[in-house]
Design a protein around this ligand. Structure first.
Ligand SMILES: C[S@@+](CC[C@H](N)C(=O)[O-])C[C@H]1O[C@@H](n2cnc3c(N)ncnc32)[C@H](O)[C@@H]1O
Length: 329
């Protein structure tokens, strides 16, 4: 996988849609921006919409009302999507009175009614998060990838990952003895292990792990650049428009610019739009810290102090389970 270029020219950032612009950061509601965007113009819409969880940027409403509002936005997004374009809708769960509503299952009929075709339901798996006490702790969210038609862009070679056994050969049939894999690597599959939080080196001693991810800003639910980068590389070509209607601090915009795509984003909060602008400027200056696409997830070696069983737990039942892991392999 090729790294983004090291030497970058600064590109102007417009604040309203202009089809000749390369980057547009719009501060305001997505519906207002959509009135400026022509039909059939956007190659990829990639976003993590508000989840109706009552975060600082949203008012919590009934799930029915939330979905109605989103359905109306999605109908407009459909209009601006190119005939060969894709939508990647990244969501987790809405939780009310302890009951879990998987948002992707509620969104699916909205897209399907418009005639969009599901190509993958991608599992984004991460190792850390809140510890639940009355249900299993949630460790994944999903991305629904839909296309507008049968004729869509899919650049598999741009996102292949290293094969585990590149030297594997066919052991029977007409190709017996020949290499069975692809020299460019393997298909990354529909389960993506991409870190939301980085657990490396010094982080082991610092309680607030989240703030140590190299990309973390003040936004409460930012997604990683590499998650969007993979969608951008696979589903668009250079020069295409990538649009994040709920861009937060501009993660999708940064990912698109890094890969020489044109980038459009909107957010209603001025503070987030300003952070998005600062991240872009840092990218152009070469000072943006980000986790590169394809970097392996850190595995503890067992030597870190924090991965060893504390003295005070050694007597209890959980300690005896953990000290004999071979029984559970
Ligand atoms: C889940 S966050 C997206 C975070 C983003 N993926 C990132 O990495 O920063 C959803 C965002 O939608 C914005 N938002 C909510 N309603 C909006 C609307 N009607 N128009 C534009 N932005 C909106 C919120 O301010 C919030 O930043």
């Amino acid at each position: 996988m090729m790294e983004p270029p090291l030497f970058r020219g600064f590109k102007p950032i417009a604040d309203a849609f202009d089809e000749n612009a390369e980057i547009v950061l719009y501060q305001g509601g997505v519906n207002d921006l959509l009135t400026q965007v022509p039909d059939d113009s956007i190659s990829l819409i990639v976003t993590s919409p508000p989840y109706n969880l009552g975060k600082e940027y949203e008012d919590r409403v009934s799930i029915e009302r939330y979905l109605e509002t989103q359905a109306s936005v999605i109908a407009h997004l459909y209009r601006v999507l190119r005939h060969d374009g894709s939508i990647c809708w990244q969501v987790g769960n809405f939780v009310e009175d302890g009951e879990v509503y998987p948002l992707d299952t509620l969104y699916y009929p909205i897209f399907k009614r418009l005639g969009l075709k599901l190509r993958n339901r991608i599992i984004w798996r991460f190792g850390h998060g809140l510890h639940a006490s009355k249900r299993f702790s949630g460790r994944y969210e999903t991305i629904l990838w839909f296309t507008k038609s049968e004729n869509y862009v899919f650049n598999l070679d741009a996102v292949r990952v290293p094969a585990k056994y590149p030297g594997k050969r066919h052991f029977k049939g007409p190709n017996r003895g020949e290499l069975s894999g692809n020299p460019l690597g393997k298909n990354p599959s529909d389960v993506w292990e991409i870190m939301a939080q980085e657990w490396e080196e010094a982080i082991w001693d610092i309680p607030n792990v989240k703030s140590n991810h190299p990309e973390k800003t003040d936004h409460p639910c930012q997604f990683p650049i590499e998650l969007v980068e993979r969608c951008v590389l696979a589903l668009t070509n250079e020069g295409d428009w990538v649009f994040d209607p709920y861009m937060g601090v501009g993660t999708s915009v940064v990912a698109a610019v890094m890969r020489n795509r044109r980038a459009l984003g909107s957010d209603q909060e001025a503070e987030y739009v300003q952070l998005a602008r600062e991240r872009l400027v840092a990218y152009f200056n070469g000072t943006l810290r980000y986790r590169p696409l394809g970097k392996p997830v850190y595995e503890p070696t067992g030597r870190e102090k924090v991965s060893q069983m504390p003295e005070e737990w050694k007597q209890n039942a959980q300690a005896s389970l953990l000290e004999r892991p071979e029984k559970y392999e």
